[in-house]
Design a protein. Structure first.
Length: 314
């Protein structure tokens, strides 16, 4: 197998926590050739999708974890598979890259996750397709809508649609003197959409990440416990990860979302659950592989690669 990995600069990652590096490492253990690409290495020339790729060799060494060969231009469609692992923000540059990857898909490569799905399934907004398992949620530009939602629930979470890692997520309570400025900041004075959800007090027990491989949940989840004085459980915001067995409620949510992920060719996703409610569906570059592996001896990256291999061989 020959796979390409589109990712953020590899020199900036922490290999002990980085899910993309673990995918690269497991692919290398399988004997697969790995081609390293950043988003600005992708291009189209007369209808052909190309990448300025560098062959990658990975090492389990925190002081020297990779070597890259010289750059050469390849046809992306000649790769067996491409892992799209570029982190958000999900901006127009990200969207443009999915056009190139969709062309590569048409020209022979399996792209994980599907470029069309990456465009269609915004990680915040996609929850609206599953209202039966989500907290009360609105997506709007209007200040009056947010204020009415706050008046209804008294305690809400407000967040942008294009962020990651807990960035710009606000807890807003009735009577807060900062309601106006928070709404103005997130909607840029009603010129961009934002989301609000009912605050879930169960967040004290963690914001759980359920990892889905080809529509099926991994049997363990990572509960991300917020740091003292914080609302956000995100690890990037100082949260603490606690791996635990998946609950029946988690399995129920996964059983509802999983078939839709398969239908949309989303082979790897992360469902975020607070209490018994689904709050986000992460499809761009889900993480938490390493924390679960270390706690339970799983090999989630290998599970994903085997699912990719199975899909390729039919």
């Amino acid at each position: 197998m020959k796979i390409g990995v589109v990712m953020d600069p590899i020199g900036s990652i922490n290999i002990k926590k980085d899910s993309t590096f673990e995918m690269i490492w497991q692919a290398q253990l399988l004997g697969w050739d790995v081609e390293y690409l950043e988003m600005n290495d992708l291009s189209i020339d007369n209808g052909i999708a190309y990448g300025d790729a560098r062959s990658l060799t990975a090492y389990q060494n925190a002081d020297h974890w990779f070597d890259l060969a010289d750059t050469r231009r390849i046809k992306l469609g000649d790769l067996d598979a491409i892992l799209m692992r570029k982190d958000p923000p999900f901006d127009m540059e990200f969207v443009y890259s999915t056009y190139i990857l969709e062309l590569a898909e048409q020209q022979g490569a399996l792209v994980v996750n599907s470029p069309k799905a990456l465009r269609d399934c915004n990680e915040k907004a996609y929850c609206a397709w599953f209202p039966e398992v989500c907290p009360d949620t609105i997506i709007t530009r209007k200040s009056s809508d947010f204020r009415a939602f706050l008046a209804k629930h008294n305690d809400i979470i407000v967040k942008p649609l294009d962020g990651m890692g807990g960035a710009s997520i606000f807890r807003v309570q009735a009577g807060s003197p900062n309601v106006g400025v928070i709404i103005e900041t997130l909607t840029k004075h009603e010129s961009t959409y934002a989301m609000a959800q009912r605050y879930m007090p169960e967040i004290v027990d963690g914001d759980k990440r359920i990892l889905m491989v080809n529509g099926e949940p991994i049997p363990y989840v990572l509960a991300r416990i917020a740091a003292k004085g914080e609302t956000r459980g995100n690890l990037a915001a100082g949260g603490r990860g606690v791996a635990q067995a998946i609950s029946e409620t988690d399995r129920h949510i996964a059983s509802i979302v999983g078939p839709e992920l398969v239908r949309r060719n989303i082979m790897f996703a992360g469902l975020d659950v607070i209490g018994d409610r689904l709050t986000e569906i992460n499809v761009t570059s889900p993480t938490c592989i390493m924390e679960i592996n270390q706690a339970y001896g799983t090999n989630i990256a290998l599970d994903l690669l085997k699912a990719i291999e199975q899909k390729l061989v039919g």
